[in-house]
Design a binder for this molecule. Structure first.
Ligand SMILES: Nc1ncnc2c1ncn2[C@@H]1O[C@H](COP(=O)(O)OP(=O)(O)OP(=O)(O)O)[C@@H](O)[C@H]1O
Length: 290
């Protein structure tokens, strides 16, 4: 088992820098969420990791080897994205057959179970599927290939709430059947809090959070009370945002609470949930009221 690393990975489209000097270390057998606002570079990063596009500079390293176009082990890395070029006039059954040939093996048992659960008829053609069902089918294929690293780019795009819950269960089931690394990008942040172990957040061409979910949540606080006392308590801490509603002033922080600082009775400290933390961490910079 080997980590998948990026070293000083940079991607430019023309003059636009999309990813700048990323040094990532993706552990084997771990479920990651890759988060970021629209245009943050999530799809670009996943496409580079899966060798669908090339970095402008820097490298992707696996098993102590720099992965280059020619040497990229196709069977070990699989990207499911909106660009999966399945032939639209092909039946699902046929696509599974072709994928099995290409990938060497295929978890037909899992695929059959998922096709049945989602009521997808394998005799249907891709062109006969709705947008949501196409996403479901692409994810079924991605979870059934033998890859060690599976990248799911927005696997829940266009899925209704029931199908999203089912899909999360099957992602976990696939992982429990055979551990592998799964990196999934999504905008539905709160829904994946219990599914993933580790969070990566892209903002302004950099990774700004690379943390276990538990650690991220443990450091995300909302501190409320009278303004002066909250400000005094939060001095020196990383403040992401603040707001004043009537007499109640709240600071959103991302930091460990100082062990020796006394918490006045007038202030209340709560943990933020994953969605709130994400929103505060990825908000455009603005002047704080401090
Ligand atoms: N082939 C391309 N040519 C030029 N610019 C591109 C290309 N692909 C992506 N970009 C630009 O790179 C930036 C990052 O795009 P990317 O699709 O990776 O973001 P994302 O985080 O996946 O966004 P979203 O959440 O909206 O899907 C955007 O500004 C996009 O316009």
């Amino acid at each position: 088992m080997s980590n998948l690393e990026t070293k000083h990975l940079t991607k430019k489209f023309g003059n636009q820098v999309v990813l700048d000097d990323l040094n990532l270390n993706l552990k084997p057998n771990t479920i990651y969420a890759l988060l970021g606002r629209n245009g943050a570079g999530k799809s670009t990063l996943l496409s580079i990791l899966a060798n669908h596009i090339f970095a402008s500079s820097g490298s992707v390293v696996w098993q102590d080897k720099e992965l280059t176009g020619r040497d990229h082990p196709v069977q070990e890395f699989y990207l499911m994205s909106e660009h999966n070029l399945f032939n639209k006039s092909d039946s699902l059954k046929n696509i599974i057959k072709k994928t099995t040939l290409l990938q060497g093996t295929f978890d037909q048992t899992l695929a059959d179970e998922m096709l049945l659960a989602f009521k997808l008829d394998p005799k249907k053609k891709v062109s006969q599927l709705s947008t949501g069902y196409r996403t479901i089918f692409k994810t079924i294929v991605a979870l059934s290939v033998p890859a060690e690293y599976v990248f799911l780019d927005e696997p829940i795009l266009g899925l209704d709430a029931n199908h999203r819950v089912m899909l999360y269960r099957y992602i976990l089931k696939a992982y429990e059947n055979r551990a592998r690394t799964i990196v999934l990008s999504t905008h539905l942040v709160e829904e994946i809090a219990n599914l993933v172990a580790h969070i990566l957040i892209l903002k302004d061409v950099k990774i700004i959070v690379d943390s276990d979910v538990e650690d991220l949540l443990a450091k995300s606080y909302q501190i409320s009370g009278p303004k002066e006392e909250v400000q005094l308590y939060c001095q020196g801490l990383q403040i992401l945002d603040d707001e004043q509603i009537g007499t109640l002033y709240t600071c959103y922080i991302y930091a460990d609470l100082p062990a020796n600082r006394i918490i006045p009775d007038s202030i209340v400290i709560k943990h933020s949930d994953l969605q709130d933390s994400f929103i505060k961490l990825t908000e455009e910079e603005r002047e704080l009221n401090v």
